[in-house]
Design a binder for this molecule. Structure first.
Ligand SMILES: C[S@@+](CC[C@H](N)C(=O)[O-])C[C@H]1O[C@@H](n2cnc3c(N)ncnc32)[C@H](O)[C@@H]1O
Length: 251
């Protein structure tokens, strides 16, 4: 089989954060497949067919990519951030495992991208400088009870935490419940950062104490970074504070 599927991450938003190997794969592609806003980030050019689809059709989109590759096309499946972080890479492999045996002969490559968690952490300082957990707060693909269990265990383990998909129009109440859990388990002064639309023109970074956090501070374009008990803030006159978690936990 001469076709290929490349599953590529476009980074958090800024053009400059797309890796050279992802740009090279896009320049060679015959077809680009992905969620509508991500496909829109790929410039049109002669010889490139763009297939944009809605958010909740990841397996259909993956089957389509594998079918096109089986016909000999060079397909790039695009995700925002990194394709292995709550994104298309796992979906393509799910489709591959369930699909026709000859798909396993295809050339399939995953190209990493800068995930939103790392772009957000860099903007704030180094809140993930020690051990941390990454948790997706959407209950579209897992039960809410599992989210609550993982949240409680992460906080009990005193991890800093990065939360993807904190709040959507379809799930406005979920993040309010998440904040309640934090308030039951963390001290009121715990630092929490809301990093919205990082590396885009709409970027907004805000850090508050847990006692001052409200559900409206998050939306679907926000990464929420909850500090561990060791996370600190360096105040600077006229400049944004620096949030960091020290490298060392004393004995
Ligand atoms: C379905 S997840 C996809 C994550 C993506 N694969 C990644 O590695 O960044 C979408 C969530 O990522 C976060 N996100 C993506 N881009 C972001 C950005 N530029 N700034 C802040 N958060 C972002 C938001 O929490 C959003 O709800």
């Amino acid at each position: 089989m001469s076709g290929s599927v490349t599953i590529a991450g476009l980074g958090p938003g800024a053009e400059s954060l797309i890796t050279p190997e992802v740009s090279a794969a896009l320049a060679q592609a015959t077809d680009v497949i992905g969620y509508i806003p991500y496909v829109a980030r790929v410039p049109d050019r002669a010889g490139l067919t763009k297939h944009a689809s809605d958010n909740r059709v990841e397996i259909d989109r993956s089957n389509h990519a594998l079918e096109l590759a089986a016909q000999g096309r060079r397909v790039v499946v695009v995700s925002s951030g990194d394709p292995g972080v709550f994104a298309m890479a796992a979906a393509v492999f799910e489709a591959l495992e369930a699909g026709p045996a000859d798909w396993r002969n295809l050339d399939i490559t995953v190209l990493p991208g800068i995930t939103a968690m790392l772009a957000a952490a860099a903007r704030a300082g180094a809140p993930l400088g020690h051990d941390f957990c990454a948790i997706n707060l959407s209950d579209n693909l897992k039960p809410w009870a599992l989210i609550v269990k993982r949240l409680r265990l992460a906080v009990e383990g005193d991890f800093a935490c990065a939360f993807y998909n904190p709040r959507s129009k379809a799930r406005p109440e979920g993040f309010a419940r998440v904040l309640e859990i934090f308030r039951e388990t963390c001290e009121p002064e715990r630092l929490i950062t809301f990093a919205r639309a990082v590396t885009t023109e709409d970027e907004a970074i805000r850090t508050v104490m847990l006692k001052d956090a409200t559900p409206e501070m998050a939306d679907m374009r926000t990464m929420v970074l909850l500090g561990s008990s060791a996370t600190r803030q360096i105040e600077r006159p006229g400049r944004a504070p620096i949030i960091y978690t020290p490298r060392q936990v004393p004995e």
